[in-house]
Design a protein around this ligand. Structure first.
Ligand code: NDP
Length: 419
Protein backbone atom coordinates (compact mmCIF):
# COMPACT_ATOMS: atom_id res chain seq x y z
CA UNK A 1 0.00 0.00 0.00
CA UNK A 2 1.74 3.23 -1.11
CA UNK A 3 1.89 6.24 1.26
CA UNK A 4 -0.34 9.22 0.55
CA UNK A 5 1.14 11.33 -2.23
CA UNK A 6 1.66 14.91 -0.90
CA UNK A 7 -0.38 16.38 -3.76
CA UNK A 8 -3.25 14.03 -2.96
CA UNK A 9 -3.64 15.41 0.56
CA UNK A 10 -6.35 17.79 1.69
CA UNK A 11 -5.14 21.40 1.67
CA UNK A 12 -3.65 22.33 5.04
CA UNK A 13 -5.63 25.58 5.40
CA UNK A 14 -8.93 23.73 4.97
CA UNK A 15 -7.90 21.05 7.43
CA UNK A 16 -6.94 23.74 9.95
CA UNK A 17 -10.28 25.51 9.50
CA UNK A 18 -12.21 22.25 9.92
CA UNK A 19 -10.19 21.29 13.01
CA UNK A 20 -10.86 24.64 14.71
CA UNK A 21 -14.60 24.46 14.05
CA UNK A 22 -14.65 20.86 15.28
CA UNK A 23 -12.81 21.90 18.47
CA UNK A 24 -15.31 24.69 19.04
CA UNK A 25 -18.19 22.21 18.56
CA UNK A 26 -16.58 19.85 21.08
CA UNK A 27 -16.05 22.68 23.58
CA UNK A 28 -19.73 23.62 23.24
CA UNK A 29 -20.60 20.00 24.05
CA UNK A 30 -18.27 20.00 27.05
CA UNK A 31 -19.75 23.30 28.31
CA UNK A 32 -23.31 22.46 27.30
CA UNK A 33 -24.84 22.66 30.79
CA UNK A 34 -23.08 25.96 31.55
CA UNK A 35 -24.21 27.43 28.20
CA UNK A 36 -27.78 26.20 28.72
CA UNK A 37 -27.88 27.83 32.17
CA UNK A 38 -26.55 31.10 30.71
CA UNK A 39 -29.13 30.98 27.91
CA UNK A 40 -31.99 30.19 30.28
CA UNK A 41 -31.08 33.22 32.44
CA UNK A 42 -30.33 35.33 29.39
CA UNK A 43 -33.78 34.94 27.82
CA UNK A 44 -35.86 33.62 30.74
CA UNK A 45 -36.54 30.47 28.75
CA UNK A 46 -37.12 27.00 30.25
CA UNK A 47 -33.89 25.15 30.92
CA UNK A 48 -35.11 22.09 28.98
CA UNK A 49 -35.49 24.21 25.82
CA UNK A 50 -32.15 25.91 26.39
CA UNK A 51 -30.44 22.49 26.67
CA UNK A 52 -31.96 21.43 23.35
CA UNK A 53 -30.82 24.66 21.70
CA UNK A 54 -27.24 24.34 22.94
CA UNK A 55 -27.27 20.74 21.70
CA UNK A 56 -28.18 22.06 18.27
CA UNK A 57 -25.35 24.63 18.39
CA UNK A 58 -22.82 21.81 18.79
CA UNK A 59 -24.41 19.84 15.95
CA UNK A 60 -24.42 22.88 13.66
CA UNK A 61 -20.72 23.55 14.33
CA UNK A 62 -19.86 19.86 13.76
CA UNK A 63 -21.82 19.98 10.51
CA UNK A 64 -19.90 23.00 9.21
CA UNK A 65 -16.57 21.55 10.37
CA UNK A 66 -17.39 18.70 7.98
CA UNK A 67 -18.54 21.09 5.24
CA UNK A 68 -15.28 23.05 4.94
CA UNK A 69 -13.79 20.87 2.16
CA UNK A 70 -17.10 19.91 0.54
CA UNK A 71 -18.08 23.29 -0.82
CA UNK A 72 -16.28 23.67 -4.08
CA UNK A 73 -16.53 24.97 -7.63
CA UNK A 74 -17.38 23.23 -10.89
CA UNK A 75 -16.14 22.99 -14.44
CA UNK A 76 -18.34 24.25 -17.25
CA UNK A 77 -18.11 23.10 -20.88
CA UNK A 78 -16.99 26.06 -23.07
CA UNK A 79 -15.19 26.47 -26.39
CA UNK A 80 -11.40 27.04 -26.57
CA UNK A 81 -10.41 26.04 -23.07
CA UNK A 82 -11.42 25.01 -19.61
CA UNK A 83 -13.82 27.03 -17.50
CA UNK A 84 -13.93 26.60 -13.77
CA UNK A 85 -15.50 28.24 -10.75
CA UNK A 86 -14.07 28.84 -7.30
CA UNK A 87 -15.79 29.65 -4.01
CA UNK A 88 -14.05 32.61 -2.44
CA UNK A 89 -14.68 34.00 1.05
CA UNK A 90 -16.42 37.38 1.25
CA UNK A 91 -14.02 38.85 3.82
CA UNK A 92 -15.51 40.44 6.92
CA UNK A 93 -19.13 39.54 7.59
CA UNK A 94 -21.37 41.35 10.09
CA UNK A 95 -23.95 39.23 11.91
CA UNK A 96 -26.88 40.79 13.77
CA UNK A 97 -28.91 38.39 15.89
CA UNK A 98 -32.15 38.56 17.93
CA UNK A 99 -33.07 37.84 21.54
CA UNK A 100 -35.36 34.84 21.08
CA UNK A 101 -32.77 32.09 20.28
CA UNK A 102 -29.50 33.98 20.77
CA UNK A 103 -26.79 31.31 20.73
CA UNK A 104 -28.67 29.02 18.37
CA UNK A 105 -29.17 31.63 15.67
CA UNK A 106 -25.59 32.84 16.20
CA UNK A 107 -24.30 29.35 15.35
CA UNK A 108 -26.42 29.15 12.19
CA UNK A 109 -24.48 32.16 10.89
CA UNK A 110 -21.04 31.71 12.48
CA UNK A 111 -20.77 28.07 11.30
CA UNK A 112 -21.08 28.68 7.55
CA UNK A 113 -19.31 32.06 7.72
CA UNK A 114 -16.18 30.52 9.29
CA UNK A 115 -16.41 27.36 7.16
CA UNK A 116 -16.13 29.57 4.06
CA UNK A 117 -13.01 31.29 5.44
CA UNK A 118 -14.52 34.63 6.43
CA UNK A 119 -13.90 36.64 9.57
CA UNK A 120 -16.93 37.54 11.67
CA UNK A 121 -18.16 40.48 13.73
CA UNK A 122 -21.33 39.45 15.57
CA UNK A 123 -23.67 41.77 17.42
CA UNK A 124 -26.12 39.94 19.68
CA UNK A 125 -29.35 41.64 20.81
CA UNK A 126 -28.79 44.06 23.66
CA UNK A 127 -31.28 42.20 25.87
CA UNK A 128 -29.49 38.85 25.52
CA UNK A 129 -25.74 39.13 24.84
CA UNK A 130 -24.40 36.64 27.43
CA UNK A 131 -24.45 33.32 25.58
CA UNK A 132 -22.86 34.76 22.44
CA UNK A 133 -20.14 36.40 24.54
CA UNK A 134 -19.37 33.03 26.13
CA UNK A 135 -19.29 31.39 22.68
CA UNK A 136 -16.69 34.01 21.67
CA UNK A 137 -14.53 33.01 24.65
CA UNK A 138 -14.85 29.32 23.76
CA UNK A 139 -13.79 30.13 20.18
CA UNK A 140 -10.52 31.57 21.53
CA UNK A 141 -10.10 28.52 23.75
CA UNK A 142 -10.61 26.33 20.67
CA UNK A 143 -7.65 28.07 19.05
CA UNK A 144 -9.57 30.25 16.60
CA UNK A 145 -7.16 33.18 16.23
CA UNK A 146 -8.03 36.45 17.92
CA UNK A 147 -9.84 38.74 15.49
CA UNK A 148 -11.52 35.95 13.51
CA UNK A 149 -14.69 35.72 15.60
CA UNK A 150 -15.44 39.07 17.26
CA UNK A 151 -18.42 39.62 19.54
CA UNK A 152 -19.37 43.30 19.83
CA UNK A 153 -22.23 44.18 22.17
CA UNK A 154 -24.35 47.30 22.11
CA UNK A 155 -27.51 48.78 20.68
CA UNK A 156 -28.72 47.95 17.20
CA UNK A 157 -29.01 51.61 16.38
CA UNK A 158 -25.33 52.13 17.20
CA UNK A 159 -23.33 48.91 16.74
CA UNK A 160 -25.70 47.29 14.23
CA UNK A 161 -25.89 50.46 12.19
CA UNK A 162 -22.09 50.79 12.14
CA UNK A 163 -21.75 47.26 10.76
CA UNK A 164 -24.35 47.98 8.10
CA UNK A 165 -22.61 51.18 7.02
CA UNK A 166 -19.00 50.10 7.35
CA UNK A 167 -17.26 49.98 3.99
CA UNK A 168 -15.08 46.99 4.94
CA UNK A 169 -17.99 44.77 5.97
CA UNK A 170 -18.91 42.68 2.91
CA UNK A 171 -22.15 41.14 4.13
CA UNK A 172 -24.81 41.40 6.81
CA UNK A 173 -26.48 38.21 8.03
CA UNK A 174 -29.55 39.41 9.94
CA UNK A 175 -32.34 37.76 11.94
CA UNK A 176 -35.02 39.92 13.52
CA UNK A 177 -38.05 41.99 12.67
CA UNK A 178 -39.18 42.81 9.15
CA UNK A 179 -38.94 46.54 9.95
CA UNK A 180 -35.26 46.36 10.92
CA UNK A 181 -34.69 43.99 7.99
CA UNK A 182 -35.86 46.78 5.69
CA UNK A 183 -33.37 49.16 7.33
CA UNK A 184 -30.59 46.61 6.84
CA UNK A 185 -31.41 46.37 3.12
CA UNK A 186 -31.56 50.13 2.73
CA UNK A 187 -28.30 50.70 4.59
CA UNK A 188 -26.52 47.87 2.80
CA UNK A 189 -27.39 49.34 -0.57
CA UNK A 190 -24.91 52.21 -0.06
CA UNK A 191 -21.93 49.85 -0.20
CA UNK A 192 -23.66 47.07 -2.22
CA UNK A 193 -23.28 44.70 0.72
CA UNK A 194 -24.57 41.19 0.46
CA UNK A 195 -27.52 40.61 2.76
CA UNK A 196 -29.44 37.62 4.06
CA UNK A 197 -32.57 38.27 6.05
CA UNK A 198 -34.46 35.91 8.33
CA UNK A 199 -37.51 37.89 9.38
CA UNK A 200 -40.93 37.35 10.83
CA UNK A 201 -43.58 34.75 10.13
CA UNK A 202 -47.28 34.02 10.43
CA UNK A 203 -47.10 30.34 9.72
CA UNK A 204 -50.16 28.18 9.15
CA UNK A 205 -50.73 24.79 10.73
CA UNK A 206 -53.25 23.25 8.30
CA UNK A 207 -55.36 20.41 9.73
CA UNK A 208 -57.52 18.40 7.32
CA UNK A 209 -60.47 16.39 8.64
CA UNK A 210 -58.79 13.12 7.60
CA UNK A 211 -55.70 13.82 9.75
CA UNK A 212 -54.81 11.97 12.92
CA UNK A 213 -56.57 14.71 14.93
CA UNK A 214 -55.35 13.46 18.31
CA UNK A 215 -51.74 13.55 17.15
CA UNK A 216 -52.10 16.93 15.42
CA UNK A 217 -53.77 18.48 18.48
CA UNK A 218 -51.23 17.03 20.91
CA UNK A 219 -48.39 18.54 18.85
CA UNK A 220 -50.00 21.92 18.08
CA UNK A 221 -49.38 23.71 21.43
CA UNK A 222 -45.61 23.14 21.21
CA UNK A 223 -45.59 24.51 17.66
CA UNK A 224 -46.91 27.86 18.82
CA UNK A 225 -46.32 28.18 22.57
CA UNK A 226 -42.73 26.92 22.60
CA UNK A 227 -40.36 29.73 23.68
CA UNK A 228 -43.59 31.45 24.84
CA UNK A 229 -44.48 31.97 21.17
CA UNK A 230 -41.40 34.12 20.61
CA UNK A 231 -40.43 32.13 17.58
CA UNK A 232 -40.39 33.21 13.95
CA UNK A 233 -41.59 29.68 13.01
CA UNK A 234 -44.52 29.73 15.46
CA UNK A 235 -47.59 28.13 13.86
CA UNK A 236 -49.71 31.01 15.13
CA UNK A 237 -52.56 30.33 12.70
CA UNK A 238 -54.24 26.94 13.00
CA UNK A 239 -56.48 26.33 9.98
CA UNK A 240 -58.93 23.48 10.53
CA UNK A 241 -61.31 21.88 8.01
CA UNK A 242 -64.79 22.87 9.13
CA UNK A 243 -66.11 19.31 9.53
CA UNK A 244 -63.37 18.60 12.13
CA UNK A 245 -63.26 22.08 13.67
CA UNK A 246 -65.24 21.49 16.89
CA UNK A 247 -63.53 18.19 17.66
CA UNK A 248 -60.07 19.65 16.99
CA UNK A 249 -60.79 22.74 19.13
CA UNK A 250 -61.74 20.47 22.06
CA UNK A 251 -58.55 18.41 21.65
CA UNK A 252 -56.40 21.52 21.30
CA UNK A 253 -57.81 23.05 24.50
CA UNK A 254 -57.20 19.80 26.35
CA UNK A 255 -53.59 19.62 25.10
CA UNK A 256 -52.91 23.29 25.90
CA UNK A 257 -54.30 22.84 29.42
CA UNK A 258 -51.51 20.30 30.00
CA UNK A 259 -48.75 22.77 29.08
CA UNK A 260 -46.46 23.26 32.08
CA UNK A 261 -46.00 27.00 32.59
CA UNK A 262 -43.71 28.20 35.36
CA UNK A 263 -40.19 28.64 36.68
CA UNK A 264 -37.68 28.39 33.79
CA UNK A 265 -35.21 26.68 36.14
CA UNK A 266 -37.57 23.75 36.71
CA UNK A 267 -36.71 20.81 34.40
CA UNK A 268 -40.42 20.11 33.81
CA UNK A 269 -41.34 23.64 32.69
CA UNK A 270 -42.43 23.93 29.07
CA UNK A 271 -43.28 27.63 28.86
CA UNK A 272 -41.68 30.56 30.68
CA UNK A 273 -42.31 34.31 30.70
CA UNK A 274 -41.98 36.81 27.85
CA UNK A 275 -38.82 38.81 27.24
CA UNK A 276 -39.97 42.23 28.55
CA UNK A 277 -42.88 44.21 29.94
CA UNK A 278 -43.10 46.20 26.72
CA UNK A 279 -43.30 43.03 24.67
CA UNK A 280 -46.01 41.62 26.97
CA UNK A 281 -48.11 44.73 26.37
CA UNK A 282 -47.75 44.25 22.60
CA UNK A 283 -48.77 40.59 22.87
CA UNK A 284 -51.80 41.46 25.03
CA UNK A 285 -52.98 44.02 22.46
CA UNK A 286 -53.69 41.19 19.99
CA UNK A 287 -56.40 39.62 22.15
CA UNK A 288 -59.36 41.77 21.12
CA UNK A 289 -62.19 39.28 21.80
CA UNK A 290 -62.90 36.73 24.54
CA UNK A 291 -60.57 33.74 23.96
CA UNK A 292 -61.99 30.20 23.83
CA UNK A 293 -59.15 29.22 26.16
CA UNK A 294 -56.78 31.08 28.46
CA UNK A 295 -54.26 29.04 30.46
CA UNK A 296 -52.74 29.67 33.85
CA UNK A 297 -49.61 31.73 34.40
CA UNK A 298 -47.80 32.73 37.59
CA UNK A 299 -48.53 36.29 38.79
CA UNK A 300 -45.18 36.86 40.49
CA UNK A 301 -41.96 38.27 39.14
CA UNK A 302 -41.56 37.86 35.37
CA UNK A 303 -43.39 39.05 32.26
CA UNK A 304 -45.96 36.25 32.27
CA UNK A 305 -48.63 35.81 29.64
CA UNK A 306 -50.91 32.74 29.53
CA UNK A 307 -51.28 30.41 26.56
CA UNK A 308 -54.31 31.82 24.73
CA UNK A 309 -56.52 30.40 21.96
CA UNK A 310 -58.79 32.75 20.03
CA UNK A 311 -61.22 32.07 17.20
CA UNK A 312 -60.50 34.38 14.30
CA UNK A 313 -61.34 35.32 10.75
CA UNK A 314 -58.49 35.44 8.21
CA UNK A 315 -58.61 39.25 8.10
CA UNK A 316 -58.46 39.80 11.88
CA UNK A 317 -55.27 41.47 13.13
CA UNK A 318 -54.40 38.42 15.28
CA UNK A 319 -54.53 36.29 12.11
CA UNK A 320 -52.40 38.64 10.00
CA UNK A 321 -49.65 40.15 12.15
CA UNK A 322 -46.84 38.38 13.96
CA UNK A 323 -47.83 38.22 17.66
CA UNK A 324 -44.53 36.74 18.86
CA UNK A 325 -46.24 35.55 22.01
CA UNK A 326 -48.43 32.65 23.23
CA UNK A 327 -51.57 33.55 21.31
CA UNK A 328 -52.93 31.33 18.55
CA UNK A 329 -55.70 32.07 16.04
CA UNK A 330 -58.02 29.17 15.19
CA UNK A 331 -59.59 29.56 11.72
CA UNK A 332 -61.97 27.18 9.91
CA UNK A 333 -61.66 26.38 6.18
CA UNK A 334 -64.01 24.68 3.71
CA UNK A 335 -61.82 22.58 1.40
CA UNK A 336 -58.29 22.16 0.04
CA UNK A 337 -58.44 25.24 -2.20
CA UNK A 338 -59.76 27.35 0.68
CA UNK A 339 -56.98 26.11 2.99
CA UNK A 340 -54.32 27.06 0.44
CA UNK A 341 -55.93 30.47 -0.16
CA UNK A 342 -56.03 31.33 3.56
CA UNK A 343 -52.53 29.96 4.22
CA UNK A 344 -51.14 32.13 1.41
CA UNK A 345 -53.15 35.21 2.39
CA UNK A 346 -50.20 36.59 4.36
CA UNK A 347 -47.29 38.86 3.65
CA UNK A 348 -45.08 36.28 5.37
CA UNK A 349 -43.96 32.84 4.18
CA UNK A 350 -41.53 31.24 6.59
CA UNK A 351 -42.80 27.95 7.90
CA UNK A 352 -45.90 25.78 8.26
CA UNK A 353 -47.41 22.32 8.65
CA UNK A 354 -49.92 20.13 6.85
CA UNK A 355 -51.74 17.34 8.67
CA UNK A 356 -53.57 14.77 6.52
CA UNK A 357 -53.43 11.01 5.91
CA UNK A 358 -53.91 11.59 2.16
CA UNK A 359 -50.35 11.55 0.82
CA UNK A 360 -51.17 13.04 -2.58
CA UNK A 361 -52.99 15.94 -0.98
CA UNK A 362 -50.13 16.50 1.45
CA UNK A 363 -47.73 17.05 -1.46
CA UNK A 364 -50.21 19.13 -3.50
CA UNK A 365 -50.71 21.48 -0.56
CA UNK A 366 -47.01 21.56 0.35
CA UNK A 367 -46.16 22.65 -3.20
CA UNK A 368 -48.95 25.26 -3.24
CA UNK A 369 -48.15 26.99 0.07
CA UNK A 370 -45.81 29.96 -0.38
CA UNK A 371 -43.40 29.19 2.41
CA UNK A 372 -39.74 28.24 2.75
CA UNK A 373 -40.04 25.40 5.29
CA UNK A 374 -42.97 22.98 5.52
CA UNK A 375 -43.59 19.78 7.46
CA UNK A 376 -46.16 17.08 6.77
CA UNK A 377 -47.70 15.43 9.85
CA UNK A 378 -45.01 17.14 11.91
CA UNK A 379 -44.20 20.65 13.12
CA UNK A 380 -40.43 20.56 12.79
CA UNK A 381 -38.73 23.47 11.03
CA UNK A 382 -35.01 23.42 11.67
CA UNK A 383 -32.31 20.80 11.31
CA UNK A 384 -28.54 21.37 10.98
CA UNK A 385 -28.50 19.79 7.51
CA UNK A 386 -31.60 21.23 5.79
CA UNK A 387 -32.15 24.73 4.36
CA UNK A 388 -34.10 27.21 6.45
CA UNK A 389 -35.46 30.57 5.30
CA UNK A 390 -38.44 32.43 4.02
CA UNK A 391 -40.53 33.41 1.03
CA UNK A 392 -42.07 36.88 0.66
CA UNK A 393 -41.52 39.28 3.60
CA UNK A 394 -40.08 36.53 5.75
CA UNK A 395 -36.79 37.33 4.08
CA UNK A 396 -34.37 35.74 1.64
CA UNK A 397 -31.25 33.61 1.64
CA UNK A 398 -31.04 30.26 3.38
CA UNK A 399 -29.44 29.24 6.67
CA UNK A 400 -28.36 25.75 7.71
CA UNK A 401 -27.42 22.86 5.44
CA UNK A 402 -25.01 23.24 2.54
CA UNK A 403 -27.27 26.00 1.17
CA UNK A 404 -26.06 28.43 3.85
CA UNK A 405 -22.56 28.31 2.37
CA UNK A 406 -23.86 30.08 -0.75
CA UNK A 407 -24.58 33.14 1.36
CA UNK A 408 -21.07 33.35 2.80
CA UNK A 409 -19.00 32.91 -0.36
CA UNK A 410 -18.60 34.54 -3.74
CA UNK A 411 -18.38 32.60 -7.00
CA UNK A 412 -15.32 33.36 -9.11
CA UNK A 413 -15.22 32.17 -12.72
CA UNK A 414 -11.82 31.45 -14.32
CA UNK A 415 -11.29 30.57 -17.98
CA UNK A 416 -8.05 28.84 -19.07
CA UNK A 417 -7.39 28.97 -22.80
CA UNK A 418 -6.10 25.75 -24.36
CA UNK A 419 -5.62 27.30 -27.80
P1 NDP B 1 -35.27 43.77 16.09
O1 NDP B 1 -35.42 43.48 14.64
O2 NDP B 1 -35.44 45.17 16.56
O3 NDP B 1 -33.84 43.28 16.63
C1 NDP B 1 -33.07 42.25 16.04
C2 NDP B 1 -31.61 42.64 16.06
O4 NDP B 1 -31.42 43.81 15.26
C3 NDP B 1 -31.08 43.01 17.44
O5 NDP B 1 -29.73 42.60 17.55
C4 NDP B 1 -31.18 44.50 17.45
O6 NDP B 1 -30.29 45.11 18.34
C5 NDP B 1 -30.79 44.83 16.02
N1 NDP B 1 -31.26 46.14 15.56
C6 NDP B 1 -32.33 46.85 15.99
N2 NDP B 1 -32.41 48.02 15.32
C7 NDP B 1 -31.36 48.05 14.47
C8 NDP B 1 -30.90 49.00 13.51
N3 NDP B 1 -31.55 50.14 13.29
N4 NDP B 1 -29.79 48.71 12.83
C9 NDP B 1 -29.13 47.56 13.04
N5 NDP B 1 -29.50 46.62 13.91
C10 NDP B 1 -30.62 46.86 14.62
O7 NDP B 1 -36.26 42.84 16.84
P2 NDP B 1 -36.79 43.04 18.33
O8 NDP B 1 -35.80 42.34 19.13
O9 NDP B 1 -37.08 44.42 18.76
O10 NDP B 1 -38.20 42.33 18.21
C11 NDP B 1 -39.29 43.02 17.61
C12 NDP B 1 -40.14 42.08 16.84
O11 NDP B 1 -39.36 41.51 15.80
C13 NDP B 1 -40.63 40.88 17.60
O12 NDP B 1 -41.74 41.17 18.35
C14 NDP B 1 -40.88 39.92 16.48
O13 NDP B 1 -42.10 40.19 15.88
C15 NDP B 1 -39.76 40.21 15.52
N6 NDP B 1 -38.61 39.32 15.69
C16 NDP B 1 -38.42 38.32 14.83
C17 NDP B 1 -37.40 37.43 15.01
C18 NDP B 1 -37.17 36.31 14.10
O14 NDP B 1 -36.64 35.30 14.53
N7 NDP B 1 -37.52 36.40 12.85
C19 NDP B 1 -36.47 37.53 16.12
C20 NDP B 1 -36.71 38.68 16.97
C21 NDP B 1 -37.74 39.52 16.73
P3 NDP B 1 -30.73 45.55 19.83
O15 NDP B 1 -31.73 44.59 20.29
O16 NDP B 1 -29.46 45.48 20.57
O17 NDP B 1 -31.23 46.94 19.67
Amino acid sequence: MPGLDPVARLPEHLLANARLLRRLATLVEEHSEELAQIESHNVGKPISGARGEVGMVAQVLHYYAGAVDKHFGETIPVGGGVDMTFREPLGIVGLITPWNFPINIASWKIGPALACGNTVVIKPAELTPLSTMRLGELALEAGIPEGVLNVVVGKGLVVGQRLIEHQHVAKIGFTGSTEVGQLVMQGASKTIKRVTLELGGKSANVIFADADLEKAAAAAPYAVFDNAGQDCCARSRILVERSAYDRFAELLIEATRNLKVGDPEDDATEMGPLISAQHRATVASFVESEPIFRGDAPDGKGFWYPATIVEARPDDRVAREEVFGPVVALIPFEDEADAIRIANDSEYGLSGSIWTLDGARAFRVARAIESGVLSINSNSSVRPSTPFGGFKRSGFGRELGMHALEGYSEIKNVFYSTD
